[in-house]
Write a protein that binds this ligand. Structure first.
Ligand code: CP3
Length: 333
């Protein structure tokens, strides 16, 4: 058992569980060292000995309770045969979506492309440093993957109306869900003990479209994850009603963003809560940072709560601050 699983399953824990989104990444000098010698991000993710090392780097520094695999949500479009590139200082660039190709990608091709990720999970889960801790696998939510695959996100983070109602839309959604299930199953079979579902663009969708693009697909993926005996934590970033989301999608735990009022969340939502604090707090001086952390810890004192942030650790974060924060949360009574 682990602290995270105990918390999610509403058991008493000796301390508050803690891990960070983007804990394995650009703010760590030991990561930058590996990254500078490996300029192709996709190849680096698909190199199991190296991606294993990056996955466990934060555990070597901090008393955190979980590792998250060093990978990316865009490996699903990649596995479906769409070209994916990561350009420095620009972010991901996906090629034109070829429906014929994507919709007809056989499962064997998906597995062949994603196999190094399963190898990464297999070798990482055997590491001693992960004893009694979780190895978190993840997928992007159907909606967020669809947004990337359709290349419909402008630099102003506005959606283009053409995103809806393509003649092949229904098939595309089914294919993404199918690939998500394959990816989750293989992560779990190789040692991922919890799955997090990232819906980073949930906040962009119009209210009346939520059921079709967010609730129904994610509910299906969450149910599938649970059927494998594994907890599913969802992060529908900036969604208007976390309460409605939880009532319909029914995740094992919910990660909240930093814009939502944590007091309202504590009042309205009964399932275990994760995250919330603004990642920018880690850029403040120590006292200010801890004051913010304490706010979340106090608000969720009578709740099942996993400490995390309201989005990923920022690249300019000083790792010393991460250590101070982790030690503070671990000592909080
Ligand atoms: O959390 C972790 O430490 C594990 C690894 C992880 C990465 N991406 C590595 C990464 C995880 C969980 C993700 C998820 C992911 N990827 C999301 C959902 C979470 C979120 O941030 O909203 C999204 C939307 C993506 C897509 C993506 N990948 C973007 C937009 C970018 C570029 C911008 C950015 O934040 O860096 C990436 C690249 C990426 N994924 C990097 C890392 C470490 C940076 C690559 C580099 O070193 O240049």
């Amino acid at each position: 058992m682990s602290l995270l699983k105990d918390c999610i399953n509403k058991k008493k824990t000796s301390s508050i569980p803690i891990w960070f989104m983007r804990q394995a990444g650009r703010y760590l000098p030991e990561f930058r060292d590996i990254r500078s010698k490996n300029t192709d991000f996709i190849k680096l993710c698909l190199n199991p000995p190296l991606s294993k090392e990056i996955t466990i780097q934060p555990l070597k520094r901090f008393k955190i309770d979980a590792a998250i695999i060093f990978s990316d949500i865009l490996f699903i479009p990649y596995a479906l045969g769409q070209s994916v590139e990561f350009e420095k200082n620009f972010g991901p660039k996906l090629g034109e979506l070829d429906y014929g190709h994507v919709l007809n990608t056989p499962d064997e091709d998906i597995l062949l492309k994603l196999n190094p990720i399963y190898e990464l999970i297999k070798i990482t889960s055997k590491e001693k440093i992960l004893d009694n801790k979780d190895l978190i696998g993840f997928v992007g939510a159907t909606w967020t993957i669809m947004v990337y695959m359709l290349n419909r996100i402008s630099p102003k983070k506005k959606l283009d109306d053409n995103i809806y109602n393509h003649p092949n839309e229904k098939e595309l959604i089914r294919k993404i869900i199918h690939a998500q299930k394959i990816h989750i199953k293989n992560q779990v079979e190789n040692g991922a003990s919890i799955i997090q579902i990232f819906d980073s663009w949930a906040g962009l969708l119009e209210e009346e479209k939520k059921n079709k693009y967010i609730y129904q697909p994610t509910k299906e993926v969450v149910e599938y994850t649970k059927s494998l005996g594994v907890e599913a934590i969802c992060f529908p970033r900036n969604i208007k009603s976390y309460k409605e989301y939880c009532d319909i999608v029914n995740p094992s735990a919910i990660n909240i963003d930093y814009e939502v009022d944590p007091k309202k969340i504590a009042e309205n939502i009964n399932i275990p809560i994760q995250g919330g604090m603004d990642p920018k707090c880690l850029l403040l001086d120590k006292d200010e940072m801890l004051k913010n952390a304490k706010k979340y810890l106090e608000i969720f004192k009578n709740h099942k709560y996993i400490f995390n942030l309201g989005h990923g650790v920022m690249p300019e974060t000083n790792p010393d601050n991460v250590k101070i924060l982790v030690d503070f949360v671990k000592d909080f009574k």
